[in-house]
Design a protein around this ligand. Sequence first.
Ligand code: GRF
Length: 203
Amino acid sequence: MTPHRRRTAILISGRGSNMRALIEAARDPAYPAEIALVLSNRPDAPGLSAAREARIATAIVDHKIYAGREEFDRSMQAMLEIHRIELVCLAGFMRLLSPWFVQQWQGRMLNIHPSLLPAYKGLHTHERALADGAREHGCTVHFVVAELDSGPVVLQARVPVLRGDSAQALAARVLAREHEAYVEALRLVAEGHAHNTSGRGDD
Ligand code: GRF
């Protein structure tokens, strides 16, 4: 019997290149997660059309129509439940999540961040790494906790910073590694080989 593939949602706000890498990996029936839903908070996110082309169910939960963060998060939660989602991957999802939502998904929600955390939390990571003269940069896949860009690391991938690098060149080098790192990290979590060891933990 084929083992159960964990039903996974990808949350996006933009171009969705990490989303595409995960969709591609999950085409393999041996991959332990299936992409059951792509959810965007932005109706015009370019990643949505790529998801539709890949015949993945899509949903839009537009944050602009909600009175507050918790109402928005409850609407997303309802959508994830309708689709019987077990794991959530944030992939360029540009909304802060309420502690309530994070709690619902504790140990079951991943994020990818374009730096070697804990260095360079937040935005403009490539510019900041260059400004600091960093020799090494990279990306981190981590479990999501209430605090932004924190939470137990599942894995990191490193790239060298090269002499004369522009932020765009460095971003492209990191992004190529992001795609591999996210595929591998979701595999580890879906197979139960990586756990959230912070807080109560629920699996
Ligand atoms: C990536 O650099 C990711 O690390 C960050 O947002 C960007 C999303 O890119 N969280 P994409 O939409 O996956 O192409």
